[in-house]
Design a protein around this ligand. Sequence first.
Ligand SMILES: NC(=O)c1ccc[n+]([C@@H]2O[C@H](COP(=O)([O-])OP(=O)(O)OC[C@H]3O[C@@H](n4cnc5c(N)ncnc54)[C@H](OP(=O)(O)O)[C@@H]3O)[C@@H](O)[C@H]2O)c1
Length: 252
Amino acid sequence: MIHLPTALVTGANRGLGQSIAVSLARNGHRVVAAHRPGSDISETLTLIAEAGADSLPIALDLTDVPALQSAAASVDDMLAQKWGLSHLDVLINNAGIGVFGNFEAVTPEDFDAQLGTNLRGTFFLIQALLPLLDGGGHVVNISTSLTRHVSPATGLYAASKAAVETLSRSLAGELGPRGIRVNSIAPGPAATDFNGGAMRDNADMRSEIASHTALGRVADPAEIGNAVSTLVSPEMGWVTGERIEVSGGAFL
Ligand SMILES: NC(=O)c1ccc[n+]([C@@H]2O[C@H](COP(=O)([O-])OP(=O)(O)OC[C@H]3O[C@@H](n4cnc5c(N)ncnc54)[C@H](OP(=O)(O)O)[C@@H]3O)[C@@H](O)[C@H]2O)c1
């Protein structure tokens, strides 16, 4: 029987997460489409079906760490019931928020919200799903090109993602002996709802940022999705502990 790999993608209801889920579906994955409780995942499930793949939705809030354990137990149950599986091949930690502002304007509440979702939520979701990834899983954490270059008012956000990159490298070392690969993908500016849709809807900001990329434009979300599904393909099986930037050559 042909083994179809199974991938869980957080924040799969829109933006980069939706593009990643669809690209994985096109490349032969079953997709567990994770979304925040109350957010509508139906469009993504339809796109996955149109790509010829099977999916199941799971509601999961990264800020509710105790609930991540029960979400992981639900994933375990659903994998067994729907597909007769007890293993997850791929975990894509895509969901995240961007709290932007000048250093002196950042409040402790901003700080906790930013780190709480991007670092704390990602950290404890990996921990909760680890038993399902054992013996041949791949974790991909979505970072940002902003960990390499500097833009105004992005320090808190960039620091949260730098922490995720450091966690990725550390986990690659710790979990490699258990057959688990861990990498981060660092996208450059992409046209989604992120930052109030600035990259997509604010023509001035878009052309200013685009002028600092080698390719002279911001990303179509599909380009990030395709990079992620390429990274998790068997051809890339010797890659772990890496940060791979997908930014069209931003701020070279
Ligand atoms: N777009 C860019 O230019 C860009 C560049 C570099 C890196 N990134 C990173 O790429 C990732 C996706 O960004 P995007 O552009 O697709 O942003 P987006 O359109 O704002 O989508 C963010 C996703 O994260 C989910 N999310 C946020 N908080 C959550 C929580 N507490 N629990 C569960 N899900 C939560 C959102 O759910 P709801 O729909 O319920 O809010 C949504 O699905 C983020 O980590 C972002 O930092 C984006």
